[in-house]
Design a protein around this ligand. Structure first.
Ligand SMILES: [Zn+2]
Length: 730
């Protein structure tokens, strides 16, 4: 009998068994468990809180359930000695393969049912963020592959050990080692059972996670597939043991060759992954070092760029023309740093090609290329043509994937990832400008002037945009953005948010609210340190990007700031608008000034930001509303914390389980950072007058933002002339 006819028989038998359907039902339950129990992940995107959690629990739960089914089915055949009967008519290795194939098919069925059953709920829960493509592909890539790999591994273990219990224990050890071990904690490529997904983006695509896990699946299908083929040699023959059977099975001479090729391919793919560079761990001396500050004898007069980004392929190609003056009067060795995934193709100095050396010295996410600039009177142009697929700095491993790079729906590049950064001395008034070509669906936002469309190429489906920035660098964010022009407190503001988010932004009146909060805070604390000549660009960026950042006139806010889940988070504001106001206030406290105190660790930006939100709300909706939704809420939260037995008797924390302590302390920590700190600032206002407190905060902001120093709690006490005892809560 061929494998195919065995497979048909086995599948029919498997699908008639009650046990199979029980496992399928439990797998569906494992996937649905987090959403039925209301478990929410802290990352605050809809995709994470729906697809992320269902895939993780469905994949791990389903994986273990199907391992049980696999071991049950395989051992059943041997216990009933069906194998000796089959052996008489056909090759037992074929039968074994057919059984494994039937089990894999049952797993596909289980995941297909899960996808169909969760679909109505997903459509309702995800609403406008729902994407059919990602919905189906995420279940195939994350949940299904975890289960299929589990079946392959356990079938291989069983063929070798012929013991269901031993196979199960080895499986669990291998799965646990990779899931919880510190050694692998940052490595997506080894997470075959439980993918390490911390963020999923609702608006900006999840290409990096899809690329990483497609590659990871590829590695492990090869390794476990090879292991299974190898294990077929161990299938017991004529009542012999492992070694005896091995000798008989070796007549299939191709099996070990195939097994070694498969496993070798998997290991090779792992060792030669294309995502991360080979940078060693950060060497802080070179990272914050003086390399660039050493005089280079070359003076940069300006940079002209022409860059084309192929977002779908994750790559770019461009030319950077630097105009320099060699003031040394002799040839000078010059260096450029560039992303480790790019290749410098050609360097022309005043139009003539010069030799150059790619040092391949991956360090801090970039590598260096050296060449010689000849002596010359006056300015010379150095034109560097470069291109390639963006590669991540290994430092991003495990937490920052997807935050920077080139993806089909999102591009975020800066420094040497956008164009080769030349080591030079700079004159003051230089500009970096040029042209940027992107797929039609992506709108660029770069440091400096507003980007305008220079030309459209309908045939190629691309648009070419202008870029122009004061200074010697450029940062780029690009996505399918809607652009809204606002004015607040004399600042021109360009607000860029994802088109997919348009309805939500309009519903909460985000643009108007931004104007309102920025005007309010400018009056209260002083202007944000952006120039009035060029617009402040407020940009919504991907959830993978952490909190956000500011660079030149760009201020980037993580998409989860605007997600319905965050906007409904009543911990930090009474309504979506107030939550967003809180996030905008972080432009002052969080981005340009920081409250940090190593002694009083609860003194953070959150307390001052929460207090400022209260001031804004009081100003707009009146004293009663603000007291009810803020002051009373703070008082209740603080009272709850103080009444807590364990807060009053911390010595008893020692006898509680560790996880419970962490949960208690985490809750208290939030109360202290937000409610207690805000209440203390409010109490200071009761003692010395609210105007005097805001005056003090304004002065602290001014000093901290201009000197780039941190504001400590004693600084606040100094400024307000208060004593710690007068406002402390304990
Ligand atoms: Zn906050």
């Amino acid at each position: 009998m061929s494998i195919l006819s065995f497979y048909r028989v086995e599948l029919g038998r498997l699908l008639r068994a009650k046990m199979t359907w029980l496992i399928i039902a439990l797998t569906l339950a494992a996937a649905a468990a987090p959403i039925v129990t209301g478990f929410e992940y802290s990352s605050s995107t809809q995709f994470m809180n729906f697809m992320g959690v269902t895939n993780l629990s469905g994949g791990a739960g389903g994986g273990i359930l199907f391992v049980l089914l696999t071991l049950y089915e395989l051992s059943k055949m041997y216990e009933k000695h069906v194998d000796t009967i089959v052996e008489a008519v056909s090759d037992p290795a074929r039968l074994y393969c057919a059984r494994v194939l039937a089990l894999l098919t049952a797993a596909v069925l289980a995941v297909a049912l899960t996808v169909i059953c969760l679909l109505p709920y997903g459509l309702v829960k995800l609403g406008y963020v729902f994407e059919a493509g990602f919905y189906f592909s995420s279940f195939a890539l994350f949940m299904l592959c975890s289960i299929l790999l589990s079946i392959l591994l356990s079938a291989a273990l069983y063929a070798l050990t012929r013991r269901a219990s031993v196979s199960f224990i080895i499986f669990l050890l291998l799965a646990l080692a990779i899931t919880i071990s510190e050694k692998f904690s940052d490595d997506h490529l080894v997470k075959w059972l439980m993918p390490q997904i911390r963020y999923l983006s609702d608006d900006f695509g999840n290409s990096m996670m899809i690329w990483l896990y497609s590659y990871s699946r590829f590695i492990w299908f090869f390794i476990f597939g090879g292991l299974l083929v190898l294990s077929l040699l161990g299938i017991r023959r004529y009542g012999k043991g492992l070694l005896g059977s091995f000798r008989i099975n070796l007549k299939h001479a191709m099996l070990p060759v195939i097994a070694i090729l498969l496993m070798g391919a998997g290991v090779y793919a792992y060792a030669h992954q294309p995502f991360y560079d080979n940078s060693p761990p950060i060497d802080y001396d070179t990272f914050y070092g003086t390399d660039e500050e050493e005089p280079t004898d070359l003076f940069l007069l300006g940079t002209e760029l022409d860059i084309e980004i192929e977002a779908a392929r994750g790559s770019l190609r461009g030319t950077a023309v630097n105009t320099v003056e060699n003031r040394a009067g002799r040839p000078v060795l010059s260096t450029v740093a560039v992303n480790t995934g790019y290749t410098v193709e050609e360097i022309l100095i005043d139009g003539l090609p010069v030799p150059f050396v790619d040092l391949q010295n991956d360090t801090n996410g970039e590598k260096e290329v050296e060449f010689t600039v000849p002596a010359a009177d006056g300015a010379q142009t150095i034109a560097i043509t470069y291109g390639g697929r963006y590669k991540m700095w290994t430092l991003l491993k495990g937490w920052g994937e997807g935050s920077e790079g080139i993806f089909p729906r999102y591009v975020s590049l800066g420094g040497s990832s956008l164009y080769p950064r030349i080591y030079v001395d700079r004159d003051e008034d230089i500009r970096t400008k040029g042209r940027l070509t992107l797929p039609e669906g992506l709108t660029p936002v770069t440091s400096g002037e507003i980007n305008t469309v220079l030309s459209t190429d309908d045939r190629a489906g691309t648009k070419t945009w202008s870029m122009d920035n004061e200074g010697a660098s450029m940062v780029l964010e690009a996505a399918d953005y809607v652009q809204r022009s606002l004015t607040a407190a004399g600042l021109n503001i360009e607000f860029y948010y994802n088109r997919k988010h348009e309805a939500v932004m309009e519903e909460i009146g985000a643009a108007e609210l931004m104007e309102d909060v920025i005007s309010f805070c400018t009056e209260l604390y002083g202007p944000l340190p952006f120039s009035e000549d060029i617009p402040l660009k407020l940009i919504q960026s991907t959830a993978y990007g952490g909190g956000g950042y500011a660079s030149f006139n760009l201020s980037v806010m993580n998409e989860s700031t605007f997600s319905p889940e965050n906007l409904g988070d009543l911990e930090i504001g009474a309504s979506s608008q107030e939550v967003l106001a809180h996030e905008i206030i972080h432009q002052w406290w969080g981005l340009f000034a920081h409250c940090i105190d190593l002694e009083d660790t609860w003194w953070t930006d959150e307390g001052v930001t929460t207090f400022t939100t209260y001031l804004f709300v009081r100003d707009r909706y009146g004293e009663d509303y603000a007291n009810q939704h803020y002051v009373e809420k703070w008082e209740a939260a603080v009272a709850g914390m103080l009444e807590n037995f364990y807060y009053r008797n911390p010595q008893y924390l020692d006898i509680l389980p560790e996880q419970y302590v962490a949960a208690l302390e985490g809750r208290d920590w939030g109360v202290q950072m937000y409610d207690m700190t805000a209440l203390m600032i409010y109490n200071a206002g009761r003692l010395i007058g609210m105007d005097n407190v805001t005056e003090a905060l304004s002065e602290l902001y001014e000093t901290a933002s201009s000197n780039q120093t941190d504001v400590t709690f004693p600084d606040f006490l100094d400024k307000t002339g208060l004593d710690r005892k007068e406002i402390a809560i304990d």
